[in-house]
Design a protein around this ligand. Structure first.
Ligand SMILES: Nc1nc2c(ncn2[C@@H]2O[C@H](COP(=O)(O)OP(=O)(O)OP(=O)(O)O)[C@@H](O)[C@H]2O)c(=O)[nH]1
Ligand SMILES: [Mg+2]
Length: 260
C-alpha cells in the first residue's frame, strides 16, 4: 500500500514541482468536491512558485450541489486561486469547461501540472482533457506512482503526478471515508461508524429517529453480512458501506461546508 503522506514521498513531489515550476504556465489543483478544504494540500500551491492555480472541485456529481456552489464562491472570494470550477472528470462537457477556465488565466502555450491528494480524480481528469486514455486511473489512492508528461494537441502539455497529503491530513476520518487516505490507525469499522453518525440519512433504510450506527448494522444484517453462527460481520458491513459511499451509491452528499 502506498502511504502518500509518507514524508519522503511528499518531499519528492515538492522537489519535482519546484524543479518544473518555472516551466509551468498554470497549475490545475484537484480537490474532492465533497470536502474541498480538507482534501486540499496546505502547501502544494506554494511549491509551484506563484503560478496561477485553477482549482477543480472534482466528483461534483457526488457532492451536494448547493454546498458546492457555496464552496466555489468561498474559494474565489479568498483570492488564493485564479479560477475555481466544479466538475465531474468523466463528464463530456468537462473538457470544454476546464479548457475555458485555463485559457482565461493564461495565454497559450499551456504547460500544466495536475496536483492534489490521492484518489481525487487527477488522472481521470487528465485523460478527459487529452481526449484519450493515456494515464492509469483506479478506485484507490496511490495509482499514479511517478510524474508523467502527456503531450497531445500542439500547445498543450500536461504533467500527471502522484497524489500528495500532508501528515496532518491523514488523520481525518473524512479523508478515509472518501478513499483519499488509507492505511493508518483507524479501522474501516471506525470510519464507517463516523460516516454513519455524521450523515445517518445516507445509510440505506435509515428512518427518522434512528442513530447512524443502528441503521448501519441493520443494513448489514439485511444484506446478509453475517458470520457463521449468525452474528453480524461488522467488517464486511463497514467495507461495503464505505465502498458504496465512494462510488456515490447512497446519493450526493458533502462532508464539509465553508462556514464550519
Ligand atoms: N463519480 C466520480 N468518480 C470519479 C470522478 N473522477 C474520478 N473518479 C473516480 O475516482 C477514482 C480515482 O481516480 P484517479 O483519476 O485514478 O485519481 P488520482 O487523483 O489520479 O489518484 P492517484 O493517482 O492515486 O493519486 C477512479 O475510480 C475514478 O473513476 C468524478 O468526477 N466522479
Ligand atoms: Mg493518478
Amino acid at each position: 500500500m502506498v502511504q502518500s503522506w509518507y514524508p519522503g514521498h511528499m518531499l519528492w513531489t515538492r522537489d519535482t514541482l519546484r524543479s518544473v515550476g518555472r516551466y509551468l504556465t498554470a497549475v490545475v489543483e484537484v480537490v474532492d468536491a465533497r470536502a474541498p478544504r480538507l482534501t486540499r494540500h496546505p502547501a502544494l500551491s506554494r511549491w509551484v512558485g506563484g503560478r496561477p492555480v485553477v482549482l477543480v472541485l472534482n466528483k461534483a456529481d457526488l457532492a451536494d450541489p448547493v454546498i458546492t456552489e457555496h464552496w466555489l464562491r468561498w474559494f474565489l472570494g479568498r483570492g488564493e486561486v485564479a479560477a475555481a470550477v466544479a466538475l465531474s472528470a468523466r463528464a463530456p462537457e468537462t473538457r470544454e469547461k476546464l479548457g475555458a477556465q485555463i485559457a482565461a488565466v493564461h495565454p497559450p502555450p499551456y504547460r500544466l501540472a495536475v496536483v492534489g491528494a490521492p484518489n481525487v480524480g487527477k488522472s481521470t481528469l487528465l485523460n478527459t482533457m487529452v481526449g484519450r486514455h493515456t494515464v492509469r486511473v483506479g478506485a484507490r489512492p496511490g495509482v499514479t506512482r511517478g510524474p508523467q508528461w502527456v503531450r497531445t494537441q500542439p500547445g498543450w502539455e500536461w504533467l500527471d503526478l502522484p497524489g500528495t497529503l500532508a501528515p496532518s491530513q491523514s488523520r481525518d476520518w473524512r479523508l478515509k471515508a472518501l478513499g483519499v487516505a488509507s492505511g493508518t490507525g483507524e479501522t474501516s469499522v471506525d470510519t464507517a461508524l463516523a460516516l454513519a453518525d455524521a450523515v445517518p440519512h445516507l445509510v440505506p433504510g435509515w428512518q427518522p429517529g434512528m442513530g447512524g450506527a443502528e441503521a448501519l448494522w441493520q443494513w448489514g444484517r439485511r444484506r446478509g453480512f453475517l458470520r457463521s453462527g449468525g452474528a453480524l460481520d461488522e467488517q464486511r458491513t463497514a467495507d461495503a458501506f464505505l465502498s458504496g459511499f465512494q462510488q456515490g451509491q447512497w446519493g450526493p452528499v458533502s462532508l464539509e461546508a465553508p462556514e464550519e
